[in-house]
Design a protein. Sequence first.
Lengths: 455, 573
Amino acid sequence: MNRHGFFRRALDRRAMLRGLFGGALVSVGVPILESMLNDHGNAYADGEPLPTRFGLWFFGNGVRLNSWLPVNQGADWQPPAGGELVPLVPHKDYVSVVSGLNVKTPRHPHHSGISAVCSGGPHLKVDNVRDTIVSTFKYKSVDQVAADHFQATTPSPYRSLEAAVTRFRGTDEGTSFQYLSHNGSLNGETNVNPSEESPQAFFNRLFNMGTAAPLVLKARASVLDSVANQITALEKRLGARDKERLDQHFSSVRELEKRLSAPFAECSKPTAPGDYPDLNGDEQMTQKNQVMSDLMAVALACRLTQSFSIMFSTCGSGVVMWPAGSKDGQHYMNHTEPSPWTKQHSSVTFTMEQLGYFLGKLKATPDGAGNLLDQSSILVCTEHAEGWTHSQDDMPMLLCGKGGGRLKGNVHFRGSGGNCSRALLTALRGAGLPLSEFGYEAGKTTLPIAELENA
Amino acid sequence: MGLTHGRFKRASGRARRGTSGIVGGALLLAATLGGCLGAIGGLSTDGGGTTKPANKVPFKPQPATIHRLTSHQLQNSWSALFGTELVIPIASSLPSDDQAYGFRSISAAMRTISPLEAEQYEQATYAVIDQVWAKDGWRDATLGCAPTTLDDPCIRVYFAKFGRRAWRRPLVAEEVDELVALSKKVDAFTSSTPEALKFATASLLQSPNFLFRIEQGLPVGPEDPEHEGLFKLTGLEMATRTSYLLLDSPPSEGMLDAAEQGLFDNPELVRAALAYTLDQPEARGPLVRFFRDFMNIGRLDELDKNIELFPAFSQTLGPAMRTEIEKLFEAKVFDERGDFRSLFTTRTTFVNDELAKVYGIDGITGPEFVAVTLPNDGKRSGLLTTPGFLAMNAHKTATSPTHRGRFVRMNLLCQDVPPPPMGVSTALPEPTPSEPKTLRERLEAHREDELCRSCHQLMDPIGFGLEHFDALGQWRDLEAGLAIDAVSDIDGRPFDGAVELSALVAELPEVGVCIARRFYQHATARLDTKGDRPAVDSLVMSFVESDFDFRALVIDMVINDGFRYVSAPKETP
């Protein structure tokens, strides 16, 4: 089997598909093959630029800084012996480490951390009537910022895809604790893109929908058009928060309608992954990480989307990292384990092994003249530096992928207390977003991390 | 099933328990509420035994909102439209119900519909109507006719009639026009007239008018000076809100008719109709689900304990623990009735074989639950000693006096506990092998450090009283060989161990207030604010008056001003 044999559809589908989707000259639903490219392999033969992908990969509860941080700064970072980044060494050409940047928005345990590193803005305390906090993101998470850009320029069938590896086992503290991808919420409405946690359901949604007759798709699209009109009519009569909620409903319906109206080539079906129910109460997280990573790689290769997020564990996650020897929920373990935080260390190391699998999968997936990781910009982050103190200084962050040549990789940039939004700005620029500033309120920055970018 | 017109008529003859006890109730209120009055909003009593607001907080409820149907409500809504033979899409294929401030109802009042969820609704809608349209008889019964052309006048009748049931309000002519126009548009893509109508039906069922409960109300004018300037929910909105509150189901056509004829402006008729409805088996599930949220025991389905430390643990034990607590609630509210607070002191409970082992009760076999009376040995009584409560508010390997106390403080006393301050290490000193310590002794560190103490003193002392129960809720005489000290206090009221703690909690005035208040939050799908106080106070009073009868609380909630009035919609600032 040649290396593209994985994909069923033939190359000539692309020509047929061009112009169907959103009227733009794009190709979707088929992998990008070398034979489609110009002589330099850096654009399509007709000059159309190759798509970059943006990703957000999140894990909860922070790290143990002294074993996380590389021993050196600048190019060719090295982890300390037994450090938490050791599992990423095989991919380090594609991985830059960002440290020494802080959360600048008003602080609150967990809540401000995840909002800052995923959206560049403050969290929003919902219904401010008591001390106990329920929060959501006030501004959209970076995967949605990237999705807005991609859909406006080179639209994909799915504006974004969201997957989770471990389950939500946190507390009832709002969407900040339960979800990763947010659409922003100025009025306290709950506006999230839930992550799919079941590999089989994720597979069914993307690759196993069956083929509906084109006329049925048209009828379904017409139905959605009428639903959108009903939303518009209803919206006029409602208050601000409900308007925001229905605005999102409207966008969601239009998104689906557009997808039904513009058929795209189906990716070749990957093998059905099945589900991984708990074994004796233990989440099969290694296996789930593998199949979710594999499915996401196919979806990205087929251009089903250009923007994705993977929630390895939630903010304040109570997942039991049993493969790393932990016997208690991560959040509790992290808060109660005494120095030297051995289990926290092994949990983070294990988490980085899982990230390493995903990066390896992208690296092994051809895309254009190189691989998917060459064409991706992936922000890896967590809501605390160290969970047991809820610290939000010196945030541990990684920038993975070469961003189509925009990112260097293999650099350790260490700031001196600057704004952690700088990493978000740099990651978005790495995916080709023409931004010179990013972030909101106290989280706003105008300083990309030039040290990580190719001039 | 719904509040049918017929039932409502039959029920309307029943007299409600007389209100002659109101003065006595108020005296009891005065005696019971004691010092907590300020906490819930200015109730006081005068010497004459009547109750009135101490300093008039004006009634200003929150603005109306729309409520996304929960998965139960959505499933029941499909059933109501198409009949019980329908194979209903399973909850895991539908948008999930989250909890906000404990309640799925509050989350439903905040949720949008994301792209993924729009997809899920679309899939589910066709999964439902394809079943109906696959059988000509079922389809024609739904349509009410067998049209062969889209100009058949029965089609407008179908949209009007089916639409009213689906949207819980009459459709205006333009809305029917739109559906006819949609049918004609998709007719070009389909093989038959009924098929075109299937797609128009799909539009009705993906509409925000179906997927959300829409509430707006109408402005109240000078004819009602007490509520002037507020918005009053319409009869149809009340029928919908009440039906989903009590039954998690849409109002029946009879209920819609009655509501249009002014049912909800007649509190005595509403009382009678609701009393009848609460006697129906369908009323149990939705109120049990309220209690599931109230106690936050949905999480027991994912209970996870270390099997080496707790050999009695299994994957089915957590759900069994939840079932026990729900059965306790159901028995109290629907079978025994009486003082709801006796849930904290009862020694009657329900166990199956696995749960009996946790209790240390011999002779129970099989997975079916049976009623048992716990021995009067001073170890256990009521909710706070159920394995479900104890295990859920504990960690995988260890108990947590903090979590147990926090739950009591926040969820049963409706008091606030702030989160830990930033930058403080939460790690506890490890005991050394030469100097072993109980968890209580280790937690003393929190009480010595001033930063920690201010909050932990609200939580830990309550939990200390429950330290005879391990992380699975099993009785233990010793903790790792050390004696357990369960002598403690709540806000200066001393107790020794769980049974005394439970008796104390049952009598705490804050508890009765909190139950009523949290039902108010669930029913209105909002945390109450200052403007809700007069309505909450009135609900609390009636709860006390009813001798803490939970069914009376439900009925009083529906006729409470807080359930009927909303403020003008809030515009973008």
